[in-house]
Design a protein around this ligand. Sequence first.
Ligand code: ATP
Length: 311
Amino acid sequence: MERLVLPAFAKVNLTLDVGIKRPDGYHEVLSVMQTIDLWDTLYFEKVPQGITVSCPSPGVPSGPGNLVYRALELLASSFPGGLRVEVRKRIPVAAGLGGGSSDAAAALKAASFLYGLELSEEDLVSYAARIGSDVPFFIIGGTALARGRGEIITPLPEAFQLWLVLVNPGFGVSTKEVYSRYRLRGRKKKRTPALLTAIEQGDRRGFLDALGNDLEEVVLSLYPEVGFWKQRLIDLGAEKAVVSGSGPTVFGVFPGEEEAEKARAELSRENKLEVFLCKTVTREGIEQKTKQLMNTYQENIKGRGGCSEGV
Ligand code: ATP
């Protein structure tokens, strides 16, 4: 196969417990991460040599600064030719949704597939960890527990199918800055064990109670408007509203699709906001979407000479 198209899905952190700073400068984290149905689309094409990565979105570098390039560089010595990649972003950038990390994970999978490298999931995870703490999660996807600096991943059974409304206030946040302002105050109760118990017991109330993020306090102190959107989501019927990762995106959990759609419509009227209605995605869901995208792409390029439009 010469060409491949892959979706790179976003995540939310259902919980994010941040612990002590380690000697390597990273904080210990414990987080339940969840794939959601918001995705970038990446087009890969084998070329005789070299790596080319283009991305037309503002705020995202083309070329070596792109995490996709870094991912392919790691594997470049294991394959004979080159790769050309086009990254079409839909996931807001520097938003706490892991878009760049997900693109990088998709690039590792694509290179392995197109050049028949036969890398196991374990191999891919270990390459992914060299790119960034969040990248290994995107090799696995679905619902998963992340430990260490976030790179040790254990798949979990699907939590609950959730209907979410995401509000992105339209500016990016530096993950590094948020972590640098985080202060661990004494011993505190972690949320993640309670979430794991609730998942195991199918306890939706306990699940909602356990959702939360230690970095939220820092994000809200830096950007008070995020607190405003969190409250708006609650006022519009969210059972819970939580900042994802290092923010600034905040997601509300709604009882069902109808309630979520109403809130999305209402919030979409607000200025400058990016609002998304999303549901959570399982590992099977990721596979299905990948196949569907590839089939549409193949139909599209028949007789069109590789045009990626319309997928
Ligand atoms: P994290 O929580 O993992 O830091 P995030 O969702 O907050 O992720 P990203 O959207 O991954 O943030 O972007 C972080 C930075 O990475 C941005 O400043 C962006 O310029 C850079 N970047 C490099 N490659 C990409 C890419 N393919 N997509 C998005 N951002 C990228």
